[in-house]
Design a protein around this ligand. Structure first.
Ligand SMILES: *Cc1c(COP(=O)(O)O)cnc(C)c1O
Length: 523
């Protein structure tokens, strides 16, 4: 019997990677990369990972500003087609006509939904869209002989990426105050726009605002900036409250990004790829990104030059555009509007149910919110020492992912239910929060100790349950099964409370000994 000699065969085959290009250093050295060799093992490993996570397949993820909506399987299907996922970003265009059609149709649909004249599909994230849009604005000023314009006005409520993008684009940030209702303080805006009129480049504004309200002065805000020669950058992260109802370009914005991974259903979280295309008015289209190696990326490119590229690939993470395309196409005009209406309805339902228990920080006219709401925990912190973090961790015991913590206002929770959740799930979530409010009331009344209670010790892990001794001043049932609905399908947090600040200051990796990392680093 002849034995197949694999190393021998291997030696006979000529090496096809040139020696100079072969990697010498060690790579993927962590044992996890060589532990799972069969599909069975891999399947179990992935299931093990998934079980440790609170994802959308378990409960709603009410992360305000993140729009954690359903990523429908049908919209994801095309991504698994070889024709989409095996195309090289620099394949000759005549071999990639399907992609060209996809881009054109998606750009058209986005223009239609937003009212903008043209879209660039190059930016790979909302934050990259911000950077791109601001570069486009700078280029526009430059070509008009106003290159001196380098001041960017940003309201105090803005997402952290706004000032970061502005600084990266070489702009100076001037902060605009917000009034007691959470709106941009128009008097402060007028004063600062006038003060910086000569050098005003842009204003960045989020609509509806990060405070979860439709800012009624938005048109006036845009007009003030235009009066002083500035351009309006609209942060479109909250587009889920607008689609099919209003077109941001008609409000007065000059450029805007859309987070396709929020509003248009591309899965995100855990660092998955996003897409943050920008839409612009006619006068800015000539400066949108193009590409030195690929023609036609910006068909309107100015002879005087565009801003160049902001990503290596001409159309960014093009393959995931299939998801947004499918989402828009399948929802249709009617479905998209309906989704927006239900998203707003759900947020208002949650706000109304929670209002008797937690103050809702900002509401617009008629006491309504937009597609998300902020509940204020600062008074409770004052009274009981219970922090937003304690509530966020306690929600894990109830099987829920926390809402957004301390953004845009420290000490608050921002809840965005999205249109994907039904009333039963919204009620489950509200009931959990209302229950937690009762647990806080016990601390308020002195019935539960201030430093050793259900909230301060959350989340409660199975290790705690297995300890022989139980010295906590409350029962196991309250700790682990605080709500009847979770008896049959309890989520067990894999770790208990960690000390965030300590962790941020002491970087370490618990998986492979540090010395091994030291060796890799030295190579
Ligand atoms: C998510 C978000 C951003 C940043 O978008 P990324 O795609 O995460 O880069 C900017 N502004 C607001 C208000 C957001 O919610």
């Amino acid at each position: 019997m002849q034995v197949i000699d694999i190393p021998g065969l291997d030696a006979e085959v000529e090496e096809c990677i040139p020696a100079a290009l072969q990697r010498q250093g060690s790579v993927l050295a962590h044992p996890v990369f060589s532990m799972y060799h069969s599909e069975t093992e891999m399947m179990r490993y992935m299931r093990w990972l998934a079980r440790r996570d609170i994802a959308l397949d378990r409960a709603m993820i009410p992360l305000g500003s993140c729009t954690m909506k359903l990523n429908a399987a049908t919209a994801l299907a095309a991504l698994s087609y070889r024709e989409f996922n095996s195309m090289h970003p620099f394949a000759p265009l005549e071999q990639a006509q399907g992609y060209q059609q996809l881009f054109e149709e998606l750009e058209d649909m986005l223009c239609d939904l937003t009212g903008f004249h043209a879209f660039s599909l190059q930016p790979n994230a909302g934050s990259q869209g911000e950077y791109t849009g601001l570069l486009v604005i700078r280029k526009y000023h430059e070509t008009r002989g106003e290159g001196r314009r380098d001041v960017c006005l940003i309201p105090a409520s803005a997402h952290g990426t706004n000032p970061a993008s502005a600084v990266m684009a070489g702009l100076k940030v001037v902060v605009i105050d917000c009034d007691a209702c959470g709106n941009v303080d128009l008097a402060d805006l007028r004063a600062k726009a006038a003060q910086h009129a000569r050098n005003l480049a842009a204003l960045m504004i989020t609509y509806p605002s990060t405070h979860g309200v439709f800012e009624e002065g938005i048109r006036e805000v845009c007009a003030i900036v235009h009066e002083h020669g500035g351009q309006v950058y609209l942060d479109g992260a909250n587009m889920n409250a607008l689609v099919g109802i209003c077109r941001p370009a008609e409000i007065g914005a000059d450029v805007m990004h859309v987070n396709l991974h929020k509003t248009f259903s591309i899965p995100h979280g855990g660092g998955g790829p996003g897409m943050g295309p920008i839409g612009v008015q006619l006068h800015l289209a000539p400066y949108l990104p193009d590409h030195p190696c690929v023609d036609g990326v910006n068909p309107a490119a100015s002879p005087a030059g565009t801003i160049g590229t902001v990503a290596a690939a001409p159309w960014g993470s093009a393959s995931i555009l299939t998801i947004a395309w499918a989402y828009i196409f399948m929802m249709g005009a009617h479905g998209l509007r309906r989704a927006t209406q239900v998203a707003i309805l759900n947020a208002n339902y949650v706000a109304r149910r929670l209002a008797p228990h937690f103050p809702v920080l900002y509401t617009g006219r008629n006491s309504m919110v937009a597609h998300e709401c902020i509940i204020d925990l600062r008074p409770l912190k004052e009274a009981t020492g219970v922090s937003v973090e304690d509530v966020a961790k306690r929600l894990i015991d109830y099987g829920f992912h926390a809402p957004t913590v301390s953004f845009p206002v420290a000490g608050t929770l921002m809840i965005e239910p999205t249109e994907s959740e039904n009333k039963r799930e919204l009620d489950r979530f509200c009931t959990a929060l209302i229950n937690i409010r009762r647990e806080i009331a016990a601390i308020e009344s002195g019935a539960a100790p201030a430093s050793n209670n259900l909230l301060k010790n959350a989340p409660h892990t199975h290790r705690l349950l297995l300890q022989e001794e139980w010295n906590l001043p409350y029962g196991k049932r309250e700790a682990f099964y605080p709500m009847p609905g979770i008896r049959d399908d309890k989520y067990w947090p894999p770790v208990g409370r960690i000390d965030n600040v300590h962790g941020d200051k002491q970087l370490f990796c618990g998986c492979v000994p540090m010395e091994e990392y030291g060796q890799v680093a030295e190579q």
